[in-house]
Design a protein around this ligand. Sequence first.
Ligand SMILES: *Cc1c(COP(=O)(O)O)cnc(C)c1O
Length: 415
Amino acid sequence: MLQDAESPVRAPMVDQARLIALKRFHPAGRGFWAKVPEQDWNDWHWQLKHRIGSLAQLERLMPTLTPEERSGAQLANHKLSLGITPYFFNLIDPADDRCPIRRQVIPQIEESHTATWEMTDPCGEDTDSPVPGLVHRYPDRVLFLVTDRCASYCRYCTRSRLVSNAAGYDFHPQFDQQIDYIRRHPEVRDVLLSGGDPLLLSDEKLEALLRQLRAIPHVEFLRIGTRIPIFLPQRITPALCDMFRRYHPLFMSIHTNHPRELTTEAREALGLIADAGVPLGNQSVLLRYVNDDLTVMRALVQKLLMCRVRPYYLYQCDLIAGSAHLRASVRRGLQIMQGLRGFTSGYAVPQYVIDAPGGGGKVPINPEYVLSHNKDRVVFRNFQGRIFEYPEAPDGTPLMPPPAHIEEPQCAWER
Ligand SMILES: *Cc1c(COP(=O)(O)O)cnc(C)c1O
């Protein structure tokens, strides 16, 4: 048993006043860029061109930079580039050196420390890659990396070996090769576009990709993994959303870690995507001093529902080199999950997972609810810690004879 399930479950503590404050929507505002014409500010190309990408820029905009951040920013360009859109930069509280937004995008010197168990490819993606930029780990779906660029760079990026191309990985995906692989593998029914951020491609390039994938008869389901609605909501234009409508069923997974990232601008962008019929999910990473706190996490998942986004996964932070200062414990993750299930809408509760180090895939990690299970009964507790039992039914004789042999389609690398 994972934890001492028999000890009474303590009611999780949530600070109600803070919860209400965190759930309020605010605009990111114009901050340092108050004089920039509205038209430029709302132009995603302008936002990208004016990203904060150097220590000199950071020092000019943030006099409160700590020595640890200054050294971190100096080293960043050899590992994972520094890059923050002006829009997202405005969410940082310069007076707070533990600001949850700041910790996600401003490098710290600790990034240059690598613990013995940390890796540059913590999920072993490169070993499950039959052609460059394609990861085929699970039987029926592939991860299709379309670019190494993002609108801003998350300091705990699990793919920092290739993302931003600062570490010399030389990432040049050949869409033809990736698409050809999918065409030749009828077991692939689900294609997940990621990177880098696929929404940095032009509408035309993205549409060409979606069109080619949709033309493959065995591809049933398309999805895009993106942080653009959070880093660069200006990119979510009516034209882009109109294009999405032509490629259904198309789902989207966004990446949000803290309720303050859900601004009025982000809510509007997410509404446009939802109006185009694209179901939205969210993936969060459990991060120390960012969201390893029940009040913050409850505010985040409830606020996501208000933005029409269903929390999908909560990831234990991968063992990426230089991330120790951002990782929270699995114990903390379980406590937070315990404080969500039953205490708030089931739709607001993500699945907590660890992507198994070295390449085992995502494994669900759950607080223990089953106390015992034998052939007569199952004994379990509810979210409040009250104990119940349910009589086990006999399995009986199957109505249908079992199939002669059961063979799941295998991944290419298993053959
Ligand atoms: C996460 C992931 C997927 C998608 O997994 P789902 O559980 O279906 O969301 C597919 N391929 C790889 C390599 C992944 O890491």
